[in-house]
Design a protein around this ligand. Structure first.
Ligand SMILES: [Zn+2]
Length: 63
């Protein structure tokens, strides 16, 4: 199984940041938190949506 942490993501359960990862298993993908025991099974489409929501990390522009 593959794990992929989601930078900047907040756990829905314990609200911790950078603790959430997606587990890519044979039966699909699921969200997990390393800090609490949160886990959520996701349909592939949902995971993609979540990743798209969570992926952008805006850094302040420094000119
Ligand atoms: Zn958590």
């Amino acid at each position: 199984m593959k794990k992929r942490f989601i930078a900047g993501a907040k756990c829905k359960n314990c609200q911790a940041e950078d603790t959430t990862f997606i587990n890519y298993g044979e039966n699909g993908e699921s969200l997990h938190c390393v800090k609490c025991d949160f886990s959520e099974k996701k349909e592939t489409e949902d995971v993609k949506t979540v990743v798209q929501e969570w992926a952008p990390i805006k850094l302040p522009d420094i000119d």
